[in-house]
Each structure stands twice: as C-alpha cells, then as structure tokens.
Design a protein around this ligand. Structure first.
Ligand SMILES: Nc1ncnc2c1ncn2[C@@H]1O[C@H](COP(=O)(O)OP(=O)(O)OP(=O)(O)O)[C@@H](O)[C@H]1O
Ligand SMILES: [Mg+2]
Length: 251
C-alpha cells in the first residue's frame, strides 16, 4: 500500500503522516516513511534522532537508472524495500525512514531531479504483503505537475476547515481528477465541530474520510520535542481509525 500526504503548508501533513505510520505499525505492517519535504522533520516526529547520517534519496539516481546492463541488486528495475541500499534508510522496530533531501541552493530553482528520483522509486518499488510506504509530500501542488503522485494507491489530502487550506485541497482534487487518480481521500485536521466538518464537505464537494481533532497532546509533544510515538490521545485514536479504513480498502 503506497500512501501520499498532500495539502497546503502547515495543515498537519507531517503530523498525520507520522501518526498513520505508527498506527500501521500497530496493525502489524512494515512501514517505510519517506520525507519528501525539502526541510524534513518527519524523522523527528517518528523519533529518529540520527537523520543527518542518512544519504538523501536524491543521490539514488544510479539505482533507478533503469539501465539493463547494470544488472545487480542496486540496479534492479523493480526493487523491493530490502534491496534498497542501507545508507538511504534508518530502521527501527519495523519502521524505516528515507529522506528525499531536496535542499536547493538559494535561488537555485527547480526540484525536478529529486522529484524524478522519487517518482521512479515510487513507481518501481514492489511491495510485499503487509508493507506500506507513507510519503509526506512537499506542501502545495508541484508534485501533481510532475506526476510524483501517480503511482500511489491512496492520496490523502489534508485540510483544515479554513478557506486557504481548502483552496489548495480543491486544486489538488481537480488535478487528481485530471490525472484520473483513484482513492483520493480528504482528511480533515484540527476539526472542532460538525460545522467545521460540514464546511469542508460543502467547499470540496467531498466529505472527509476522517477528521483529526486538535489534540493538546500533539501540541505538547511538539513543544517538548518528543516523538509522536510516545503520545496518546484523540489524534492517535483518529490515526488508528484511518489505518483501519485504508486497510479495509485493501489496496
Ligand atoms: N491535530 C493536531 N493537534 C494539535 N496540533 C497539531 C495537529 N496537527 C498539526 N498540529 C501542529 O501544527 C503544526 C503544523 O503541523 P505539521 O508540521 O504536521 O504540518 P505540515 O502540513 O506538515 O507543515 P509543512 O507544510 O510546513 O510541512 C505543528 O506544530 C503540529 O504539531
Ligand atoms: Mg510537513
């Protein structure tokens, strides 16, 4: 199951992605979390402290070069997670982390090469049963232009019940329709009331598959720099429900 999180900056993509990784682990899946944000912090949310040791995925070009003459585990056309070289991954308790690491020079422009690597990896990676890949995409809609989201089984569009984030969500839903993507689901975040929920549904013409409440435990963990693996509370419960919904879709 390949899952991507998209949405406007700051709506809670990384938070919800990290909580979902945790919930999928609790359901017994092996989870590969990929942080595709150029200023990565999914690792911190998942309690990985040694992120600086990781080689960013953007340096994986040869691996995905798709050149038949370079046969061998690094160059297989359809790698499995265990075929990927260790230096690109941190592993702990069935949870793996990769970072795309598209740190561009100031004024350096385009992230196209990084996005190409990510798209190829996501398209060619063969998952075994009970394996999930969860990608925390960069904010906004750029990855739709580059087709990075096409190989995903689920695209989860995170939105809060305010116009700014709903505009981005609307744009994402339109682009997803143009690409004829299936399983594009809206996830509400920081939803307080049924009015909030109704506002999301009315604005997007699609009701959230699930809404996360504002959770003081998540806010406290953020302030104290604690990982979301240690938190309990309503957001963790919501993530468990979301995991079960996705598993029942059975992609
Ligand atoms: N349900 C929630 N309850 C409490 N705090 C939350 C919740 N969701 C997100 N936050 C807080 O809101 C802030 C932004 O969340 P997060 O970093 O997950 O957003 P993002 O969409 O990944 O942002 P960016 O676009 O910058 O990557 C964080 O401080 C996070 O702790
Ligand atoms: Mg983020």
């Amino acid at each position: 199951m390949k899952i991507a999180f998209c949405g406007k900056g700051g709506v809670g993509k990384s938070t919800v992605a990290a909580l979902l990784c945790r919930a999928l682990r609790e359901e017994g899946l092996s989870v590969l979390a990929i942080d595709a944000d150029p200023s990565p912090h999914l690792g911190r949310l998942l309690g990985f402290s040694e992120e600086e040791k990781l080689t960013p995925l953007s340096e994986m070009r040869e691996l995905l070069a798709e050149r038949a003459e370079k046969a061998g585990p690094y160059y297989t056309l359809n790698p499995r997670i265990e075929d990927l070289p260790e230096r690109f991954m941190l592993t702990r308790d069935g949870l793996k982390l990769m970072v795309l690491g598209a740190i561009r020079e100031a004024g350096g422009g385009c992230a196209c090469p990084e996005q190409t690597v990510l798209r190829r990896l996501l398209s060619h990676l063969i998952l075994q049963a009970r394996e999930a890949v969860v990608v925390d995409m960069e904010a906004g809609v750029e990855h739709f232009g580059r087709g990075t989201v096409v190989p995903m089984d689920f695209i989860l569009v995170v939105t809060q019940p305010y116009r700014g984030s709903l505009e981005t969500a609307k744009q994402i839903l339109r682009l997803a329709r143009e690409l004829e993507l299936k399983n594009v689901l809206v996830v509400g975040n920081a939803v307080r009331t049924t009015e909030d929920e109704a506002f999301i549904e009315k604005t997007l013409g699609q009701s959230p598959v699930l809404s996360f409440p504002e959770d003081p435990q998540v806010a406290a963990a953020e302030r104290e720099g604690r990982s979301l693996l240690e938190v309990e509370g309503p957001a963790v419960e919501a993530a468990r429900r979301l995991a079960r919904i996705l598993l029942s879709h059975g992609a």
